[in-house]
Design a protein around this ligand. Structure first.
Ligand code: SR1
Ligand code: MG
Length: 396
């Protein structure tokens, strides 16, 4: 009798993940496999399965039908697993060196089976330990430039672009960002989470009409501008790194949005790490911001000049305007990300891990002042040096 297994969704266990890997033929027969669930993010299960003899491994990532960070009371679409595997494959067609290989994906099980990157470290963890990752910003600048250009109306057939954008419509995950990044931290909302001592600082933000107007403009951009395919959650926890390798993971928030968004999230998370360091150790973070922007602009500009499919691309001034607007938006998005990682639902270990309460609160107050200035003064920054200037000016 043949037993047909219908792939009905169920959360995997370590045993079931191992059985699945064997069924998919991803290991040689009889291999001694060890599986551990290692997911430490906000949303998913992550199984690491290793052949104990060859040390070869794979990762099986499975979406849960709710947000793990909150619990089953916050239901969340399983479709994000399809978005993630499709985004990884799309990015791989432009920058295979910066994303993990996808071996297999299954929509009904909401899984993506991919390359084991355990020889690398999550960049946030390494940065917290004081690592600097000399090539991180060169790689991320190139990753953003190429994925943005080739998925834009300047880098691909414009009819194909509309179809690609349709396949990345991602309303539920976008809503998380619309709420948690652009809305809740600017209002007295119950998802916010901050120390009682910060309440006067936070209430001052909530009463700041100028800030609220500028946050609203940035949210509108996020809601309405279908410019390029974005990773959508490009913080340092979505990046594996070593001194010479960088891999971008976790694009379940991918969608068509404003070109400055991924840049802004990456800048913000470098700033959040700088906020956790003594002054003498901050320089590599600011150098990374400079380098990301320099590499992004030079790679993007070269592609624009040599590979653009849009008649207007050669119009003097247009590229400069696209880059200028991308920078201004990135600064504003960075400000929103810095504020939400300080007082919103999902914090970062860079700030929460500061042992001494007095220092932690001081760093968080600094983050709020910095985030605010990035948002309201984003059009006046005039280059990445502006991040250093605002960082110093908001120190106390
Ligand atoms: C409910 S999800 C909270 C956060 O985790 C993800 O990594 C995104 O950054 C999201 O905003
Ligand atoms: Mg993630």
């Amino acid at each position: 009798m043949t037993i047909v297994q219908s792939a009905v969704y169920e959360p995997l266990t370590e045993q079931k993940a191992t059985a699945l890997a064997v069924r998919l033929g991803l290991f040689r027969d009889g291999a001694p496999l060890l599986c551990r669930e290692i997911g430490d993010g906000n949303l998913n299960l992550v199984f690491h399965i290793v052949d104990q003899e060859t040390k070869q491994g794979i990762i099986i990532k499975q979406a849960l039908p709710y947000a793990k960070v909150v619990g089953e009371s916050w239901p969340l679409t399983l479709k994000r697993a399809v978005i993630e595997s499709n985004a990884l494959r799309t990015f791989a067609s432009y920058v295979p060196q910066y994303v993990p290989n996808v071996y297999y994906s299954d929509e009904s099980l909401a899984i993506t089976v991919m390359e084991d990157l355990s020889h690398l470290q999550i960049a946030r963890k390494g940065l917290i330990e004081g690592k600097t990752y000399p090539l991180l910003s060169r790689h991320i600048g190139e990753f953003i430039a190429k994925t943005a250009f080739y998925t834009s109306d300047f880098g691909m057939n414009q009819q194909e672009k509309k179809k690609l954008a349709q396949s990345f419509v991602n309303p539920e995950l976008c809503k998380i960002t619309e709420d948690l990044v652009f809305t809740d931290p600017f209002f007295d909302h119950d998802t916010n989470n901050f120390e009682d001592e910060l309440r006067p600082d936070v209430e001052a933000l909530w009463e700041d009409d100028r800030l609220r107007l500028e946050a609203a403009k940035l949210k509108r951009k996020f809601l309405t501008e279908a410019d390029v395919l974005l990773h959508g959650d490009l913080h340092t926890g979505s990046i594996f790194a070593s001194d010479d390798e960088t891999k971008v993971i976790d694009p379940e928030f991918a969608f068509y949005g404003p070109i400055g968004f991924d840049l802004g999230q990456f800048f913000a998370n470098l700033l959040l790490n700088a906020l956790s360091r003594p002054e003498s150790e901050r320089r590599p973070l600011f150098d990374h911001i400079d380098q990301t922007w320099d590499v992004f602009t030079s790679v993007f500009s070269e592609l624009w000049r040599t590979e653009s499919v849009e008649t207007y691309a050669a119009t003097p001034g247009l590229l400069d305007e696209v880059l200028r607007q991308a920078f201004v938006d990135a600064v504003g998005f960075a400000g929103c990300e810095v504020i939400r990682r300080t007082i919103g639902l999902a914090h970062v270990a860079d700030l929460d891990g500061i042992d001494q309460k007095v220092e932690r609160l001081a760093a968080k107050r600094h983050a709020l002042r910095l985030g605010r200035r990035l948002i309201v003064e984003r059009a006046e920054l005039a280059g990445t040096d502006g991040f250093r200037r605002l960082f110093v000016e908001t120190e106390r």
